[in-house]
Design a protein around this ligand. Structure first.
Ligand code: GUN
Ligand code: FE
Length: 425
């Protein structure tokens, strides 16, 4: 049992921040939250164990539900093209380098370290087509104590010969990754089935990955309706499906097991209905969608329809690993969308984006992203004292931290109840 005292802020529902000034969170030895209290119950045994964090903020840790680990070196570079030429010119050449396990180890170390630094305790990650490099990445997550779903990427068409695998190779690679993680993981690092996107994967590969999902129940991640040229191309490649999402659905890769679809900038009508019906997650990546001139995803419509929504950096189309930045962009892009639709889509509130970055994304990992009883205690202790020089309320302090803060403000990080010190890898 551990008990922490601080200014506690979390979002059981999107609409409202739960704020407990100088409250207590009681964490059981299995790492799950026992409860949050304004006053500690009269239990002397508990009172002796309080760790008092003074006036700091204690919030759920962040969850990044869409990020490309092998694009880490390109972060903050090469954002002068739209999606398809951007992939060919900058992204595929960089990912090709991960055939070399030593290169992979050197860069993946930095990537995992930076997730830790930014307070992102869980992530859904694209690796590359390379099984050895992907296993190295998964092992680094285990070593760091962080949660992650790691995907060996499947791609066998419309990409350089040097960056393609065969259907057999991706299935065999996923089986090896799964066996490795079943043996060495503690359940927090898991494999995720990862067809890159429809234009990269043949019918044969999509069929095999769909069957593998059905057989194992493993989750799926991919890209959907990100950019106009991409969508037209998918209609040419898959002429008998009426929407892009329908192509994944046809192969059993659209909610038949838990599924993440990044972007969804142009998702509407039939595709939106299919996502709702199948419980497919939208991963909103507004930083990436701005950088690649992709578009503005109709997040308000998804929320109104009851479609689950999470946030992602999408590094390196997104230029920063901080979920604080993603929250800022999510609000700002929603305001541009609000103006553009003449008020038809009300913009996102601070509590809504905070919910999406914590509990919204966390729900993909189970009971993660909140401090309600039974939730895994994933948390950040934030020292915003340099921003808090006047009588700001706790709600205002959270707002200023989201807009003005950065990784240096995070003083402690917890994942499933365990404090994670800086990974030395
Ligand atoms: N679609 C297919 N691959 C990618 C990628 O690496 N990044 C983004 N943003 N979209 C993609
Ligand atoms: Fe992406």
């Amino acid at each position: 049992m551990k008990i922490y005292r601080a200014n506690i802020i979390y979002t059981p529902t999107p609409g409202k921040l739960e704020i407990i000034p100088h409250g207590y969170v009681v964490v059981k030895s299995n790492g799950l939250v026992e409860g949050v209290y304004k006053e500690l119950p009269e239990n002397m045994d508990w009172r002796r164990q309080v760790m008092d964090f003074g006036d700091k903020l204690l919030i759920p840790a962040f969850n990044d539900l869409h990020v490309h680990a092998p694009q880490y070196r390109n972060m903050g570079l090469a954002l002068d093209l739209e999606l398809l030429p951007w992939l060919n010119t900058y992204t595929f050449p960089e990912e090709t380098k991960y055939a070399d396990p030593e290169y992979a180890r050197r860069l993946y170390r930095r990537f995992v370290h930076e997730l830790w630094m930014q307070g992102t305790m869980r992530s859904a990650v694209f690796a590359t087509i390379h099984p050895e490099a992907t296993r190295i990445l998964a092992d680094l997550f285990i070593q760091a104590g962080m949660g992650a779903m790691v995907g060996l990427v499947g791609m066998n068409r419309n990409s350089p010969d040097t960056l393609q695998n065969t259907t057999d190779e991706v299935i065999e690679g996923m089986k090896m990754l799964k066996a490795h993680l079943d043996e060495h993981g503690d359940g927090r690092v898991m494999p995720i089935i990862t067809p890159r996107f429809v234009p990269s994967c043949s019918e044969k590969m999509l069929t095999a990955l769909g069957e593998y999902a059905k057989e194992t129940g493993l989750p799926v991640q991919s890209h959907l309706s990100e950019n106009r040229s991409e969508i037209s191309w998918v209609h040419e490649l898959e002429p008998d499906t009426t929407c892009y999402g329908g192509a994944y659905d046809k192969y059993g890769l659209f909610g038949q097991t838990p599924t993440l679809m990044a972007h969804c900038c142009y998702t509407d009508g039939e595709e939106m209905e299919l996502m709702r019906k199948n419980g497919v997650y939208v991963v909103h990546c507004p930083m990436s969608n701005s950088n690649l001139s992709s578009g503005m995803a109709p997040i308000r419509k998804f929320l109104n329809a009851g479609i689950p929504v999470a946030l992602g950096t999408d590094v390196s189309a997104g230029h920063h690993m901080s979920m604080l930045r993603v929250m800022q962009y999510a609000i700002q892009v929603s305001k541009l969308n609000y103006a553009q639709t003449k008020g038809e889509m009300p913009f996102l509130s601070l509590s809504e984006v905070f919910y999406l970055a914590t509990k919204g994304g966390g729900s993909f990992f189970g009971q993660v992203g909140s401090f309600e009883p039974g939730y895994e205690f994933d948390a950040l202790l934030v020292d915003d004292s340099y921003l808090n020089y006047d009588n700001y309320t706790l709600e205002q302090r959270l707002e200023r931290y989201i807009y003005l803060g950065d990784d240096r403000d995070i003083k402690r990080r917890f994942c499933r109840g365990v404090e994670l010190t800086e990974p030395v890898m």
